[in-house]
Design a protein around this ligand. Structure first.
Ligand code: WQD
Length: 339
């Protein structure tokens, strides 16, 4: 199968490209490089021994997308990973988030359907689930567009659009993958998470403290109603997440389908930090701080639908993720900037 990965030079995109190539598929990456490095293409080539084309371009621009189809197509599928994804930033720049995260979908859908793609895979998020009473979240759990930030709202809005588009295009496979918390890196240490500036997310922040770029880990809240008082999340190794994309694309069933991609195992902030400390063999300096505004106590999924229908199940643990994240970060202290 030949797939166009929009946002394909990003953290999830690069790992998904590796997984697709290693499963015998072909990929072309389209990325505006606003939060990714062109160096990733060479790294993907080193890991897989295969050539991968990276086109620098704007996935909101139908002309640019059409040019990729002219030059590198035809494609059987589009994997849409091209979105702004910083939760905190999205509360400050809602228009940028709605503009980019919706117009990329509109443009990719219009060109892709005009060019006869069979599958459209969409990167969504477990943060669309709205009622903690439904934990662990299944794909039938309540969702809402009335969420705490523009990033999550834009993802739920995209799902509403995709469900309606699928309804009037019954031969099209529209698959929505609701990610929980992606962490870790490819075991080669050649690709990994490389957020620009100071990371908002826990695992990359811990990685930067471990290499000495940042001083101390801040634990946001120790008074949650959880076993150790810190927030619970469903941390899924990015390699497992990438395999979930392969399984979804290979199933390729027409119609609108949603899958949770998570481990189903809630892990606390302190447990993640302890796992990372085990991986590096030393303790990290940490401060126990107040809660971060907008954080929920717990979010984790029931991943059994993906196992039942896709034959996919997360295999890697938080310790695997810590080991692999450390290998990536210690081998690439400046991320891709150092390449
Ligand atoms: C995790 C936990 C914080 C930073 C995620 C990501 C992303 C998205 C889903 C798909 C929370 C605590 C954090 C720190 C801390 N993926 N924390 N100190 O908030 O669950 O958001 O939503 O869409 O995976 O955006 O992830 O890593 O920011 O926080 O104590 O320096 O770590 O309070 O409990 P979050 P996160």
């Amino acid at each position: 199968m030949r797939a166009l990965l929009a946002g394909g030079a990003g953290y999830v995109g690069a790992h998904t490209a590796v997984a697709l190539l290693e499963a015998g598929h072909e990929v072309v990456l389209l990325d505006d490089l606003s939060n990714a490095s062109a160096a990733v293409a060479e790294r993907i080539g080193r890991i897989t021994g295969k050539d991968v084309s990276l086109v620098s371009g704007d996935a909101t621009d139908e002309g640019a997308i059409a040019a990729v189809f002219d030059e590198h197509g035809p494609f059987d599928a589009i994997v849409h990973l091209a979105a702004f994804k910083a939760v905190g930033e999205s509360t400050q720049k809602p228009l940028d988030y709605y503009d980019n995260n919706l117009n990329t979908t509109f443009a990719l859908l219009r060109v892709g359907m005009a060019r006869g793609i069979r599958s459209f895979l969409f990167s969504s998020t477990g943060t669309v689930y709205s009622d903690p009473a439904d934990l662990p979240f299944t794909e039938e759990s309540k969702t809402s567009v009335d969420l705490s930030n523009a990033y999550s709202k834009s993802k739920r809005m995209n799902e509403v659009v995709l469900e309606d588009v699928a309804r009037v295009n019954p031969d099209l496979d529209v698959t929505v993958l609701r990610y929980f918390n992606p962490v870790g890196a490819h075991p080669s240490g050649l690709i990994g998470e490389d957020p620009k500036g100071v990371p908002n997310n826990l695992m990359p922040y811990v990685q930067r403290v471990a290499i000495g770029e940042l001083d101390r880990v801040g634990v946001f809240g120790t008074d949650y109603d959880t076993p150790d008082g810190t927030g619970l999340r469903d941390y899924i190794h990015v390699v497992d997440l990438a395999e979930g994309h392969v399984a979804a694309l290979e199933k390729g069933e027409p119609g609108y389908t949603v899958y949770n991609l998570g481990t189903g195992e809630p892990v606390s902030v302190l447990q993640l930090i302890a796992s990372f400390e085990k991986a590096i063999g030393r303790e990290l300096p940490k401060d126990l701080l107040e809660r971060r505004a907008g954080d929920v106590t717990a979010t984790y999924c029931d991943p059994s639908k993906a196992e039942r229908e896709l034959g996919w199940k997360a295999k890697l643990t938080i310790d695997d993720a810590s080991r692999d994240a450390w290998k990536w970060q210690s081998q690439n202290p400046q991320g891709f900037a150092g390449v």
